[in-house]
Design a protein around this ligand. Structure first.
Ligand SMILES: Nc1nc2c(ncn2[C@@H]2O[C@H](COP(=O)(O)OP(=O)(O)O)[C@@H](O)[C@H]2O)c(=O)[nH]1
Ligand SMILES: [Mg+2]
Ligand SMILES: [Zn+2]
Length: 341
């Protein structure tokens, strides 16, 4: 249908409606402003965003008290984990007046395919894998790349070690030794027999962590052991993810009784890696880094080209066969996505 031209009168009406709308919105802002800041604002104090509700955030002060806060419009977005400066206003509500620099950022695409931060200041990405569902290298390496490019330290956690047997043990021993050689932490747990969970608890003290991994590897079980009072929450998250609404649930920060914090949401647990490009994948393979830039050809794809520094490192054992195969597989799968899109 062709666009209808508006006559003068219609155009005037539309601009009037828009003007009224803007005025109403401004009035609302003014009212919030008056309610909050009608009196004196309290002194500036530090806090951390622990949850998000539309136009407000829940901020925890340094004494562990929580306050609902409005955000000044000039702050840009705030996400769970953000360190902020805020001031107490009327009605026991606050105003966030500044956002401190983020140490790390976890991002994922929203419904429109735009990258958005979902959580900040995460120290550890605990990548949970298991013998069942079987842990493929490709998937582990995708998570590792995501952690590396987000500036978050990955921790590999092999759960369900009670399921290790003569058939699958050798595979996981090789996997663990490969990753430990690169310098990654690898811990082994069983959420059923409690094995290794003490070691995990100690590791997480004084850190902010997220748990990621394929569905069925035991994330909910591990988290409910670490957060015994949050059973309802874990159940709630599980129920929501079944309805398919999981990506809209915002992240929340929880305190482990044994020390350390968890930022969790179903969307974080199952986040995908579709937003990477080839150079990021290369950068995300940490042990490849020292060889990048030394290939004979600038546009080397590290496949069959002569004088390839990555292939040389592979031959000399500085890069493992498994990681190299996985690198190629991930790069090829990025191409597939591009062709399809
Ligand atoms: N044998 C064994 N089963 C486990 C372990 N941890 C979790 N499970 C089982 O694995 C299944 C998936 O666990 P769940 O925590 O829901 O996984 P999630 O999808 O990653 O949250 C459940 O049937 C659990 O009982 C473990 O350490 N050993
Ligand atoms: Mg679960
Ligand atoms: Zn090369």
């Amino acid at each position: 249908m062709a666009k209808r031209k508006l006559n003068k009168r219609q155009a005037w009406r539309i601009s009037k409606i828009q003007q009224e709308r803007t005025e109403r919105a401004n009035k609302k802002e003014d009212k919030i402003h008056d309610d909050l800041e009608g009196g004196e604002l309290g002194p500036e104090q530090n806090g951390q965003v622990i949850s998000h509700f539309g136009t407000q955030v829940l901020v925890e002060d340094t004494n562990g008290e929580q306050k609902r806060c409005y955000m000044r419009a000039n702050l840009g977005g705030l996400v769970t984990g953000d360190q902020v400066a805020w001031r107490l206003g009327n009605n026991d509500q606050g105003v966030v007046v500044a956002k401190h620099e983020r140490q790390s950022e976890l991002q994922r695409p929203n419904m429109h395919g735009e990258l958005k931060s979902v959580a900040a200041n995460i120290d550890y990405m605990v990548i949970v894998v298991a013998p069942e569902p079987h842990a493929h290298r490709g998937l582990i390496d995708r998570y590792l790349v995501a952690a590396e490019i987000s500036g978050i330290e990955p921790v590999l956690c092999l759960n369900k070690i009670d399921l290790l047997n003569d058939d699958n043990k050798a595979h996981f021993e090789l996997l663990i030794s490969d990753y430990q050689k690169i310098g990654y932490r690898f811990i082994q747990t069983s959420a059923i027999t409690d094995g290794g969970l003490e070691e995990l608890k100690v590791l997480l003290i004084d850190r902010i962590s997220v748990f990621v991994g394929q569905s069925g590897v035991g994330k909910s079980h591990i988290i409910s052991t670490l957060l015994p009072d949050e059973d309802i929450r874990v159940g709630g998250l599980r129920a929501q993810s079944k309805t398919g609404r999981h990506t809209t649930t915002t992240a929340t920060l929880f305190h482990f009784p044994s020390g350390g914090d968890l930022i969790d949401s179903p969307g974080i647990r199952e986040f995908g890696l579709w937003h990477m490009d080839e150079s990021q994948v290369l950068e995300g393979f940490k042990e490849f880094k020292e060889f990048i830039g030394y290939c004979k050809f600038r546009d080397c794809k590290h496949l069959a080209e002569p004088g390839c520094a990555i292939k040389k490192a592979l031959k000399e054992g500085a890069i493992s066969e498994g990681r190299f195969a996985s690198f190629q597989q991930i790069v090829n799968s990025l191409d597939e996505v591009e062709v399809r899109g």
